[in-house]
Ligand binder design. Structure first.
Ligand SMILES: O=C(O)CCC(=O)C(=O)O
Length: 272
């Protein structure tokens, strides 16, 4: 890596090639964004959520791959949305600061933290599929600027065996596909999915603990089951959009909480 790139205090400076890749392919992998000692601090908070110890979250604590009513012990893809809302102690942590730095370089100086999320695939638990989707398919239409940098920090090394992220590179340039609820309705489960075509190239994004992936709001992506017997796949997401976009979302009552009372169907472009 050239001099003066990579991790420098609260910043992580990208190379021009990394910035170009994000815009060309819709994603980029950045290595060792968070150090081992920083990760140990972060995972103390992460674990509180993933063990189900944070109360009062309603639908913001759920199995992303299943129905809302599923019992905690049966969760396969443990999903805690907006952890910084429920534990303000997390706000401003080193990963938030470094992912903000990365996002400013990718989507512009007004990059604003839109939401955060903890996701964990339990080992030896079938079904933890995050179906193929484009993030914009989950979000309101009409935003002044859709560009998004969704940063995902690996708390565990991830690969095909424990269900790492997979993408269709370049799909972000081909428009929004129709998104359908995986179950009978959005009220039963949050998850949506799109169809892949035979000529969609799929690549896996294996990462080491401390690496991050960054993807945009239009790339088709998802992840498969955790087939391992003893390896978790835990990832910490921070997503950044322009300030104008985040202000618009909040003005219509959209906060990314599953407890929001705005109509998902009305604001889901592809389902409208
Ligand atoms: O990490 C995963 O398994 C999927 C996450 C995802 O779809 C997202 O962050 O947009």
């Amino acid at each position: 890596m050239p001099h003066n790139t990579g991790r420098i205090g609260d910043e992580y400076i990208l190379t021009q090639a990394e910035i170009d890749q994000f815009h060309r392919d819709g994603y980029v992998i950045l290595r060792q964004v968070v150090t081992e000692s920083e990760l140990v601090e972060i995972e103390l908070e992460f674990e509180r959520f993933i063990r189900g110890e944070v109360s009062g979250m309603g639908r913001d604590f759920c199995d992303m791959s299943g129905p809302y009513g599923r019992k905690f012990e049966d969760f396969a893809l443990v999903n805690a949305v907006l952890p910084r809302r429920y534990r303000p102690e997390i706000q401003g942590n080193v990963y938030e600061r470094r992912s903000a730095s990365i996002s400013r370089q990718l989507i512009g100086d007004s990059a604003t933290l839109d939401y955060d999320q903890f996701l964990a695939k339990r080992p030896d638990k079938p079904g933890a599929v995050f179906t193929w989707h484009q993030d914009l398919g989950y979000w309101p239409t009409g935003t002044p600027d859709t560009l998004t940098a969704t940063c995902s920090l690996a708390l565990d090394s991830a690969d095909d065996e424990n269900g790492c992220l997979k993408v269709v590179p370049g799909s972000h340039r081909k428009g929004l596909r129709p998104h359908r609820p995986l179950m009978t309705s959005r009220n039963e489960s949050h998850i949506l999915s799109v169809e892949l075509t035979d000529d969609d190239p799929i690549i896996e994004l294996p990462v080491e603990r401390g690496d991050i992936t960054v993807h945009d709001e239009m790339i088709v992506h998802g992840s498969g089951v955790n087939n391992s017997k003893d390896r978790w796949r835990r990832t910490y997401i921070t997503a950044f959009r322009s300030k104008a976009c985040v202000d618009f979302e909040r003005s219509i009552g959209f906060t990314h909480s599953h407890n929001d009372s705005i109509s998902w169907e009305t604001h889901l472009g592809a389902l409208r």
